[in-house]
Design a protein around this ligand. Structure first.
Ligand code: JFZ
Length: 442
């Protein structure tokens, strides 16, 4: 029995994907960069010689750190070696198509000179507008910029976790206006902004503000036509987040894939999505010591392939040091990803879910609007034969190695499957791509 939809005033206003040109561009990005930078970068995940076990950008919430001491770190923020152009060039070389940059994280410190609070970059020895430097430099390199903005603000006296009293509601009403003002300010100051990446929206105060979140989203979109906002901003009037009470996504793409990747296409429910990922296990801001496993470049490339093969984008996080330089591990990852992308990005940009049965050697992607499927190979079988099974509506005309354009022989098997034969004696030391020219079956 199909359930009757619950009538909602502040639920999703659209079913299915956004089909305009701005969203089509977003969908084609494939690979993105996230940057977490702020006052937490000064503490480097430690305080008085003790290491914090949580994510470095959350260190203010650690019982060891007195808020009063954290909150004056703005007086020390002075990134001597910060060079936005160098950041953007590194990102360009890495092959990312978009950046998400922390304008304000949970600690409330603004990297732009907001006129709605004193707790901004203007109060630091650095003084200059970092958001502007970043937006301009990345835009110049042809990389689209999205602004990360935390709703939760530990520094603002009117922030509330919940609305339990009349006073809470009055304070939070002021906070909502403050939030709207800051967002308006960001979009007016940085008109190149392609979208907003919201965070810190999980508390009851926000969940009880469904009508406001709805009007805020519509208002922000009226300021910048085509603006892209994921599913982490809104709540419906019943307090549901990401998807409304009827299970429909609120927002332009699913923002719930954080440090995890869907297993199958069915898991993404027909929505656009991106996965944001840390290189260490967890922690987005700079930490002196990276705890746990650090992802290798091949792992990051594999995650990129996996995401694109399931119709999503993959976003790698970087946490620069307080002085504005990147740690050597991140520089190496960026460089090596870029070297791989230089050869293989055809299989990443403007690609989509191919709809072919997944095989053990790796991931398929399909070029949007073209009869081209890519095999991104991570596991080479000892036999040297890669099995493929095209969907029933396609046949493969030709298989070629993307690098060097060598044509590969194929062998037909039962049940519509084939083998693609790798060149005898050739050893592969990096993930590689095979291009399949395909033809629709009449
Ligand atoms: C949030 C932040 O708290 C964190 O510091 C970082 O900025 C990250 C990108 O976003 O952390 C989250 C948010 C959502 C989930 C997990 C961590 N979630 O939905 O599982």
């Amino acid at each position: 029995v199909k359930k009757e939809p619950i009538p909602l005033q502040h639920g999703a206003h659209r079913t299915g994907k956004r089909m305009d040109a701005d969203m089509a561009k977003w969908r084609g990005y494939g690979l993105g960069q996230f940057i977490h930078w702020g006052l937490y970068s000064i503490l480097e995940g430690k305080y008085k010689g003790k290491y914090y076990n949580g994510a470095a950008e959350w260190i203010r919430s650690w019982k060891e750190v007195p808020n009063a001491e954290y909150d004056v770190l703005n007086k020390q923020f002075n990134p001597a070696t910060f060079n936005a152009t160098a950041w953007a060039k590194m990102a360009k070389q890495m092959g990312v198509k978009y950046l998400t940059f922390t304008t304000k994280h949970h600690d409330g410190f603004c990297l732009w000179p907001s006129k709605y609070t004193d707790y901004t970059i203007e109060s630091s020895p650095y003084k200059k507008d970092i958001v502007k430097e970043v937006v301009d430099a990345y835009t110049k390199e042809g990389i689209d910029v999205y602004l990360y903005f935390s709703i939760m603000d530990w520094h603002h006296p009117d922030w509330r976790y919940d609305l339990k009293t009349k006073e809470d509601s009055i304070a939070f009403d002021r906070f909502k206006l403050f939030t709207k003002n800051q967002l308006t300010e960001l979009l007016q100051r940085y008109p190149q902004t392609k979208g907003l990446w919201f965070d810190g929206t999980w508390d009851n105060s926000w969940k009880k503000s469904g009508a406001f979140t709805d009007s805020l989203e519509q208002y922000l979109k009226s300021l910048v036509p085509g603006l892209i906002i994921g599913s982490r901003l809104r709540a419906d009037e019943k307090g549901n987040r990401h998807v409304d009470a009827n299970g429909v996504l609120m927002g332009d793409y699913e923002q719930g894939w954080e440090r995890k990747i869907p297993k199958t296409y069915a898991d993404v429910h027909g929505n656009d999505w991106d996965c944001v990922m840390t290189i260490p296990e967890n922690g987005w801001g700079y930490a002196e010591k990276w705890m746990g496993h650090w992802k290798t470049t091949n792992e990051l490339i594999e995650m990129t392939a996996q995401c694109v093969s399931l119709g999503g984008n993959f976003v790698v996080n970087f946490g620069p040091k307080a002085d504005g330089s990147f740690r050597k591990e991140e520089i190496a990852n960026a460089k090596e990803i870029g070297e791989w992308m230089k050869i293989n990005s055809d299989a990443i940009y403007n690609c989509e879910y191919a709809g072919w049965e997944k095989q053990d050697w790796g991931y398929y992607t399909k070029k949007r609007g073209e009869d081209k499927v890519y095999m991104i190979v991570f596991n080479v079988p000892l036999s040297g034969s890669l099995k493929i099974k095209p969907s029933a509506n396609y046949v493969v005309e030709k298989a070629t190695l993307l690098e060097g354009k060598q044509q590969l022989s194929t062998e037909k098997l039962d049940y519509g499957a084939s083998f693609i034969q790798l060149p005898k004696g050739k050893t592969f030391v990096k993930p590689f791509v095979i291009v399949l020219d395909i033809k629709p079956v009449k």
